[in-house]
Unconditional design. Structure first.
Length: 295
């Protein structure tokens, strides 16, 4: 069996935990007993092991008892590292939600209450990459702020396109309905925010843009121009489905379209493309700001 590098530096270890994939961790019964009633019972009561979770092992190595566990090296390393940081590689950061789940399941199995209680806090780091899974897990574990952050990130996808995730089994129909209602409410608010920019951009405090202010009389600029009304129509639909400011930067090519639309106006031709760049930046921020107020 392969020892981890750290194990060679643990002369006071008094037990070896062997992972399912054959890595040996020299550890300390005392720490395990403090961390886990399951291990504590195993170490204090005479064999055979009273716990079906910890089958009695006949193995010894270097004079130390060997306990074979069902978890693989990576999971055990992180679990033990939460009690003895010397076992961690790098910063010990959990790299995926699947790894998080394995760690949580192991901590639950061994009744490591401190780990079970603190692990849900680390869900936040996955709220952007896997928002629906995190929403379900955070809701299950009572982490409302993390669930809210995850819900905010679900807005990047129309809810008709959400894929099934197994973690949905942890939440109730009411929890899921709340997420739908949140999505709909954000969609309405985001589209009404862009609608309010049809005739002016007063919601963007202190900003003026050439297509609102141009007095050249060009048909493309007059009353903000037909082109602009079409842009607003399109963006309102997009924001209803995906109510995040970032959707305005996805495939709408507003700068090019603005340049083409105002090409006949000698005033806007020079000013409007740069103004559109600025408008886009400001409205993206504004929409995310108003949406972040929805709960
Ligand atoms: Zn103009």
């Amino acid at each position: 069996m392969e020892d981890t590098e750290h194990n060679h530096q643990s002369p006071r270890a008094d037990v070896i935990l062997r992972s399912a994939d054959g890595h040996d961790f020299r550890f300390y019964k005392y720490l395990l007993s403090l961390a886990s009633p399951v291990f504590d019972t195993m170490f204090t009561l005479p064999q055979p092991s009273p716990s079906p979770l910890l089958p009695k092992s006949e193995d010894t190595k270097d004079g130390l008892p060997v306990v074979k566990l069902a978890e693989e090296k990576q999971v055990l390393q992180r679990l033990l590292g939460m009690y003895h940081p010397g076992f961690l590689e790098k910063d010990g950061k959990i790299v995926s939600l699947d790894e998080w789940r394995q760690l949580f399941n192991a901590a639950t199995k061994y009744e490591m209450k401190d780990v079970v209680r603190s692990l849900p806090w680390s869900l936040e780091s996955f709220a952007e990459a896997e928002p629906i899974r995190v929403y379900a897990l955070a809701t299950k574990h009572g982490q409302r702020e993390i669930a809210q952050k995850a819900a905010f990130n679900t807005l990047r996808q129309p809810f008709g396109e959400w894929e099934f995730v197994p973690e949905l089994k942890y939440i109730t129909g009411t929890d899921l309905q709340k997420l739908f209602c949140y999505h709909v409410a954000c969609g309405k608010l985001a589209s009404s925010t862009i609608e309010s920019c049809r005739q002016n951009a007063n919601i963007l405090a202190g900003s003026t843009f050439s297509w609102y202010t141009c007095r050249s009389g060009s048909s493309d600029c007059k009353s903000s121009g037909l082109w602009w009304q079409k842009v607003i129509d399109e963006l309102a639909v997009a924001l209803k489905q995906k109510p995040r400011g970032g959707v305005l930067e996805e495939g709408h090519d507003l700068i090019t379209r603005t340049s083409l639309a105002v090409n006949d106006c000698c005033i806007c031709r020079l000013k409007a493309p740069a103004d559109m760049e600025r408008f886009k930046h400001e409205i993206v921020t504004k929409i995310d700001q108003v949406i972040s107020q929805v709960s």
